[in-house]
Design a protein around this ligand. Structure first.
Ligand code: S3P
Length: 191
């Protein structure tokens, strides 16, 4: 676990779960880092609502992400993603799992950094490849070797994910271990 020294420190030292629940917690990181599964369990532990930005984009567009990419292109998807995340963060605090590219978009990133406590779930490429291999719905991984794509994305995106307020390793250990590590990171989060 590590803390971004540049972050504003929105929660006081030894933050209690009550003060943690004052603002949304947003999970960012590459495809396969476990944002949705871990986010759902974290929300349960904290007694907060949970939302998955990808699901919300699909609901708003009445189309799957693959369909949106195919019919309108990635830029259109990113625009919808930004609007959906802005709407969710304007509401009551929640745990929000974002799609892997959301935090890379400058506007979306600024919004997340301003309105939430943001956690980068970081995992090694082998773990990510193993996890994304379980499903085949991701447009960026279609027709290409997932390991190659994820390695390329990691080089570009990891320095940007590093702007998150906290970084927690999402290793190949069970997701519950990661949830426990996040709870510890939240408890020791200070200014
Ligand atoms: C993407 C990640 C996906 C989804 C879309 C694009 C990305 O979400 O938003 O396929 O650019 O990394 P997950 O990270 O939940 O797979």
């Amino acid at each position: 676990m590590s803390r971004n020294p540049k972050s504003p420190g929105p929660i006081s030292s030894g933050a209690s779960p009550a003060s943690i629940r004052d603002r949304s917690i947003v999970l960012v990181g590459l495809m396969g880092s476990g944002k949705s599964t871990i986010g759902r369990r974290l929300a349960q532990r904290l007694g907060m609502r949970f939302a998955d930005a990808d699901d919300e984009v699909e609901r708003a567009a009445d189309a799957t992400i693959s369909e949106i990419f195919e019919r309108f292109g990635e830029a259109h998807f990113r625009d919808g993603e930004r609007r959906v995340i802005a709407r969710l963060l304007a509401g009551k605090p929640m745990v929000l799992a974002t799609g892997g590219g959301a935090f890379i978009n400058e506007e979306t990133r600024a919004l997340i950094l301003k309105d939430s406590l943001c956690i980068w779930l970081d995992a090694d490429i082998a773990t990510l490849v193993e996890r994304v291999g379980r499903r085949s719905h991701r447009p960026l991984l279609k027709n290409r070797d997932p390991g190659e794509v994820l390695r390329e994305l990691a080089v570009i995106r990891n320095p940007i994910y590093a702007e998150a307020h906290l970084r927690v390793s999402s290793a190949s250990t069970p997701h519950d271990h990661t949830v426990r590590d996040i709870m510890e990171a939240l408890a020791t989060w200070n200014n």
